[in-house]
Design a protein around this ligand. Structure first.
Ligand code: HEM
Length: 496
C-alpha cells in the first residue's frame, strides 16, 4: 500500500470545467480574505504589546481587552478558515465537495467577522474567546446587553457555517473511502483496503474532532440562550468552562493538524519523493483522534473544583497527544528532506520552518502541561509564548507555504528565489524574536493579559518594547509575502 508522490495540481475529482473554475475562484477569495485580515490582526497584537511597553498611555484597559478579544478570536478564526480552504482545495483532487457548502462557510465567516468587529470595537466586548461565564450575563451586566448578544450571535453564525463546511468535507471523504478506511484502520490490522494518502487520514481525524468541538460549542450556546431567555436560572460554571475549553482546544489543534495535512501532501512535490501512509502513521493519528478529547483538561488544572483524576488524565493525554503526531511527522519530514534534491522555494521553506516551529512550540506546551510546572507557569507569559510559537512560527508558516504553492500553481508566475528567501527569513527571525520575549517574561513569572505593567514588573515593559522591534521585522516580511501572493492571486483570477 503506497501513495503516489504527486498528483496533477488542482485537478478536481468529478467536477466539470465550470465547477472547477468556480471552486478555484472561491479558493482565491478565501486567500484574499486571509491576506487582508492577517496584517490587521498583527497590528492589533502590536497595539497590545505597545500598550504593555507603556508607549500608548491613552489606551484604556477596557479598549485593551476588547482588542485582545478581537485579536485572539480573529487570529484563531482566520488561520482555521485558511487551513480549511487550503485543505478543501487539495481535497477536491480526491473527493467530491459541494461548492454551496464552501460558499455557506465563506458568507457565514464574513457575517461572523462583521458581528465580532461590532461587538468588540464598538461595543467594547472584552471577555476574550473563553466567554468568562457568567460575567457577560450577570443581571447588572459588565457589557451592554446588545454587545453580549452580538458577540454570541457572531459565534453562532461562525459555528453553524463551519459545521456545514466540515460535514460536507467529511461526507465527501466517507463516500469515496468509508470512514474506517479513511482512518486507515486496514493499515493497522493489515487487512486489504484502498490506498489512503496520509493527507486524507489527517483531514478525516481533524474533521471528526472538529465536529465534536463544534457540538460542544452548540451545547454551550444553547445553555446561554436558555438562561438569557429566562428558561433556566443559571448554568454550572464548571460545565460551561469545560465546554468552552473543549471547543477552543479542539479548534486550535484542528487548525494545526490541517496545516500538517497540507505539509504531508505538498512537501513531497518539492522533495520529489513520496510521503507514504503506513501502519505507524495510521496508529499515530488514530491515537490523536482519541486523546484530543481529553487533553484539554490541562486548561483547568487551577480549577480546584474539577475532579482530580481529570487533571491526571489531562497531563497523560497532553503528552500522549503531542508525541505520536509530532514524532511521526517530524521524523517523516526529516526522512523526506534528507539527501533529497530539495527545491527550496518560498512554499517549501515556509512549510519546513513551520515543522520546526511546531516542534519548538510543542515542547513549550508539554512543559506547561506538566502539572508541577503549571503551578508556576499558569497565567504567565509562558502561555502566549508556547501557543504563539506553534501557531505563528508553526502552523501559520505551513499554511502560508501551502497558500503560496496554490497561488503559484494557479498563476504560473516565475518565482524570485532571492526575494522569497528574504521574505521567509524576516518572518522567521521576527517571529522567533517576538515569541522569545514572551518566553523570557514567562520564565520571570510576568503575568499574561495585563493591559499595562505595574512599575514592579518593569522588565515586562522592557520585553514588550523589544518585542515591538521583532514584530516590525515580521510585519515587513508578511507584507512582502502578501505582495508576492496577492500578485499571483490577481493573475490567477484572470486565468481561472
Ligand atoms: C505578530 C503577530 C502577533 C502579535 C504581535 C500578537 C500579540 C499578542 C499579544 C500581545 C497578546 C496578549 C498577550 C498577553 O498579555 O496575554 C496576544 C494574545 C493572543 N494571541 Fe496573539 N499575536 C500575534 C499572532 C497571533 C497568532 C498568529 C495567533 C493565532 C492563533 C494569535 C492568537 C492569540 C490568542 C488566542 C491570544 C490570547 C487572547 C487571550 O488571552 O484572550 N496571535 N497576542
Amino acid at each position: 500500500m503506497s501513495t503516489p508522490a504527486t498528483h496533477d495540481a488542482w485537478a478536481v475529482a468529478e467536477m466539470s470545467a465550470a465547477e472547477t473554475r468556480s471552486a478555484n475562484r472561491l479558493t482565491i477569495l478565501w486567500v484574499v480574505v486571509m491576506l487582508a485580515l492577517a496584517p490587521i490582526l498583527v497590528l492589533l497584537g502590536m497595539t497590545m504589546r505597545g500598550a504593555q511597553a507603556n508607549l500608548l498611555p491613552m489606551l484604556a484597559a477596557e479598549r485593551f481587552y476588547s482588542i485582545l478579544t478581537l485579536h485572539g478570536l480573529g487570529m484563531v478564526g482566520v488561520w482555521f478558515v485558511a487551513a480549511m480552504a487550503g485543505t478543501c482545495a487539495v481535497l477536491r483532487k480526491y473527493v467530491r465537495l459541494h461548492l454551496w457548502a464552501n460558499w455557506t462557510a465563506f458568507l457565514g465567516t464574513l457575517v461572523g467577522v462583521v458581528l465580532l468587529i461590532v461587538a468588540t470595537l464598538i461595543g467594547k466586548y472584552g471577555a476574550g474567546w473563553y466567554f468568562l461565564y457568567p460575567l457577560a450575563i450577570t443581571p447588572k451586566g459588565v457589557w451592554q446587553a446588545w454587545t453580549t448578544y452580538t458577540f454570541l450571535s457572531a459565534i453562532t453564525v461562525l459555528g453553524v457555517a463551519w459545521t456545514v463546511w466540515s460535514i460536507d468535507a467529511l461526507w465527501g471523504i466517507a463516500r469515496r473511502y468509508s470512514l474506517p478506511a479513511a482512518l486507515s484502520w486496514h493499515y493497522i490490522t493489515g487487512k486489504k483496503g484502498p490506498e489512503v494518502p496520509p493527507f486524507i487520514l489527517i483531514v478525516t481525524v481533524s474533521l471528526i474532532a472538529n465536529l465534536t468541538g463544534l457540538i460542544s460549542a452548540v451545547v454551550m450556546l444553547a445553555l446561554y440562550a436558555l438562561e438569557l431567555a429566562g428558561i433556566t436560572d443559571v448554568s454550572d460554571a464548571l460545565v460551561m468552562k469545560n465546554l468552552v475549553f473543549l471547543f477552543g482546544h479542539i479548534v486550535v489543534n484542528v487548525t494545526l493538524y490541517l496545516g500538517v495535512g497540507l505539509l504531508y501532501e505538498l512537501l513531497p512535490e518539492y522533495a520529489d519523493r513520496p510521503w507514504k501512509n503506513n501502519r505507524w502513521v495510521a496508529i499515530a493519528w488514530n491515537i490523536v483522534l482519541v486523546l484530543i478529547f481529553t487533553a484539554y483538561f490541562h486548561h483547568l488544572y487551577m480549577d480546584f473544583v474539577q475532579i482530580r483524576v481529570l487533571h491526571l488524565i489531562g497531563q497523560v493525554s497532553s503528552y500522549g497527544l503531542a508525541l505520536p503526531s509530532a514524532v511521526v511527522s517530524i521524523y517523516g519530514t526529516l526522512a523526506l528532506v534528507w539527501r533529497a534534491r530539495m527545491r527550496w522555494s518560498m512554499a517549501s521553506l515556509l512549510m519546513y520552518c513551520g515543522v520546526v516551529g511546531w516542534c519548538v512550540g510543542g515542547i513549550g506546551a508539554l512543559i506547561d502541561s506538566t502539572i508541577a510546572v503549571n503551578v508556576k507557569f499558569h497565567n504567565t507569559l509562558w502561555v502566549p509564548a508556547h501557543f504563539h510559537t506553534y501557531f505563528l512560527v508553526g502552523v501559520v508558516l505551513m499554511i502560508l507555504g501551502g497558500v503560496f504553492h496554490l497561488s503559484d500553481k494557479l498563476s504560473g508566475l516565475p518565482e524570485n528565489l532571492r526575494r522569497s528567501r528574504w521574505c521567509t527569513a524576516m518572518i522567521v527571525v521576527g517571529g522567533y524574536g517576538f515569541v522569545l520575549m514572551f518566553y523570557l517574561g514567562g520564565a520571570m513569572s510576568i503575568p499574561r493579559r495585563y493591559a499595562q505593567y505595574h512599575e514592579l514588573i518593569s522588565t515586562g515593559t522592557l520585553l514588550a518594547g523589544t518585542a515591538l522591534v521583532f514584530i516590525t521585522v515580521l510585519l515587513i516580511g508578511l507584507l512582502m509575502y502578501i505582495w508576492e501572493t496577492g500578485l499571483r492571486c490577481a493573475v490567477a483570477l484572470k486565468k481561472v
